[in-house]
Design a protein around this ligand. Structure first.
Ligand code: ATP
Ligand code: MG
Length: 344
């Protein structure tokens, strides 16, 4: 009756960059294009996850909406009937199930989570229970909707495995309550959300472009004024070799600009290289890239401006009503299993 579920979180990404657009948003849009029809696609905003480490709470609500608008401007189709877009905190079953699962999760196994170990060493003044418990909330996010596929990066593999462990333990004790998501190996062969693309920093092209970098010139923000972005490209670090070549080892700056030119222009790398390799005028080349970036930003920002709160909230509220039904059904099965509700 129902379609298999692909579940993915749309992370709050304040001030997203061109790297986030090409490497994070476009693959998500492609996932929707390729799999809607055959699968149900749950895209949720993990707003409860967003303050496991300190944030600016005054802007959390607004940021969640703004962030979604970026995805829509990047091509996410709100009218697709197989796609559900919802905020975690609007479906209280996430927190309810987390508590139940907590009581079947061992401190020992949670203490082995490498992401917790890493993050808690960065923030050792203020390590919260939320940070420690975050993988259990993630398990609830997945299990509530009987999700089969959860396209995640390598950093989340351990959390996916603990979800499977907790669900299997629960099922062994209480019967067939949860759908076990596919193992990471199967997930990997089904889909990779991260397409491996790494857009480079404009000031140090041996590093990736990062939204958290404090060097404003290193990154193109999707919200940048196109003229400001143009200047950033014109001052991007290149080399003194004096000839354009596509070579990540010897000319990472030039190569990165060739890549941006191809990706934003929707042209193949070969075509762009055929046009520019061998040229010696870096200025002309940078101007071509700067024009392409400015044109892209102008179009993108025009699309962004058409997406109103009303359009977005209508989709969110409808999805939240629909998804609460599934989530509450799963929660009720778990509540019955542990004796909180009468069995039928
Ligand atoms: P931070 O500096 O805070 O880590 P970030 O720019 O690396 O920020 P993330 O929030 O870590 O962004 O990642 C969001 C998405 O953007 C992920 O899918 C990630 O793979 C993608 N992404 C981030 N940076 C790049 C980049 N330079 N090139 C391509 N994809 C990127
Ligand atoms: Mg990052």
């Amino acid at each position: 009756m129902s379609k298999p579920v692909i579940l993915t979180g749309i992370r709050s990404n304040e001030e997203p960059t061109l790297g986030n657009y090409l490497g994070g948003m476009l693959p998500m849009v492609a996932l929707q294009r390729e799999h809607a029809g055959e699968y149900q696609i749950n895209m949720f905003v993990p707003d409860l996850h967003s303050f496991t480490t300190p944030i600016d709470h005054a802007s959390l609500y607004r940021n969640s909406l703004t962030n979604l608008k970026y995805f829509i401007a990047a091509g996410l189709d709100l009218s697709n009937p197989d796609t559900f877009l919802y905020r975690q905190s609007y479906i209280p079953a996430h927190s309810e199930l987390t508590w139940i699962l907590d009581c079947f999760t061992y401190v020992g196994e949670m203490s082995r989570m490498t992401q917790f170990k890493e993050k808690s060493s960065e923030h050792n003044e203020s390590v919260t229970m939320g940070l420690f418990n975050y993988p259990v909330l993630m398990a609830a996010d997945i299990l509530l909707y009987n999700a089969k596929y959860v396209p995640v990066g390598e950093d989340q593999f351990q959390h996916l495995e603990i979800t499977r462990d907790i669900a299997t333990r629960f099922n062994n004790k209480f019967g067939d309550i949860f759908t076990i998501p596919e193992a990471t190996k199967q997930q990997m062969s089904f889909i990779q959300r991260d397409n491996g693309l790494r857009i480079r920093s404009l000031t140090d092209p041996t590093k990736k472009m990062s939204k958290s970098s404090t060097d404003e010139k290193s990154k193109i923000l999707l919200a940048d004024d196109p003229e400001v972005a143009r200047k950033k490209i014109m001052s991007a670090t290149t080399d003194s070799l004096g000839e354009i070549n596509f070579n990540w080892e010897t000319q990472p700056g030039i190569t990165s600009l060739l890549q941006i030119l191809a990706l934003l222009g929707g042209r193949s790398q070969e075509e762009v290289n055929a046009e520019w390799v061998g040229h010696t005028q870096y200025g002309d080349f940078k101007k071509a890239v700067a024009d392409e970036v400015a044109r892209f930003l102008t179009d993108f920002q025009a699309r962004l401006a058409t997406i109103t709160d009303e359009i977005l909230l209508a989709k969110l509220e409808q999805s939240e009503r629909d998804m609460a039904i599934t989530a509450n059904e799963t929660l009720l099965r778990a509540q019955r299993a542990v004796g909180l509700r009468p069995t039928v």
